[in-house]
Design a protein. Structure first.
Length: 206
């Protein structure tokens, strides 16, 4: 049998689902995370087979995927279980904008549309450059606190901190953004947020 690119992919997190849709390769997706909201049609078109830390192994096996894609050490147990069941599993671990763009490059190559991936990356890079250029008109950089979770309070991951800077702001917890684990971005109490004096507070509880 000749070699072929993956045709039946299960995505355990939203970002790879969204990327495959952006690449025009959504036909390859046979299962998605229950937390997927982008693109909206994915929830209507694809069966949901996982949360973030758990997955319906039996349902995934019934879909007969030739590739399962997950994210980071947080899904390592799911990956291990599926690998033991004989499935091909790939884990990405993107934490920065550069790593997100690299994920797109790798994923597009894995499904045989590397050039589409390159073009998508160029679009994103152009958009970021335009935003950064526009932000130069600001008289001062507003101080920004981005809250990823509320209890415990967790500040933004590295790519969020980078986006704040690109958009002309100053992440007041940029010193924590490079932590690989969320535990390294935990804030002891609200007084620390007050002490750092944010002028803008964004909450995006994942």
């Amino acid at each position: 049998m000749p070699a072929r690119y993956p045709e039946r992919i299960v995505c355990l997190t939203e970002e790879t689902t969204e990327t495959l849709y952006l690449l025009g390769e959504e036909r390859r997706i046979v299962g998605i995370s229950g937390y997927t909201v982008r693109p909206p049609q994915a929830r209507r078109e694809k069966p949901r087979v996982s949360a973030f830390l758990t997955a319906k192994t039996d349902k995934i096996l019934q879909l007969k995927p030739d590739l399962v894609i997950g994210f980071s050490d947080l899904q390592a147990d799911i990956a291990r279980e599926l690998a033991k069941a004989g499935l091909n599993v790939m884990l990405f671990n993107q934490r920065s904008i550069e790593e997100i763009l690299n994920m797109i490059l790798v994923l597009s190559s894995v499904v045989g549309v590397g050039e589409k991936g390159v073009q998508l990356i160029k679009r994103f890079e152009a958009g970021l450059a335009e935003i950064h250029e526009s932000a130069k008109q600001f008289v001062k950089k507003p101080k920004v606190y981005f809250e990823e979770w509320d209890e415990p309070m967790i500040s933004g991951i590295r790519w969020v901190s980078e986006l704040v800077e690109i958009a002309g702001g100053e992440d007041v917890f940029s010193d924590q953004s490079h932590s690989q684990a969320a535990s390294g971005r935990t804030i002891g109490n609200g007084n620390e947020v007050i002490r750092r004096g944010p002028e803008i507070i964004l909450g995006s509880w994942c």
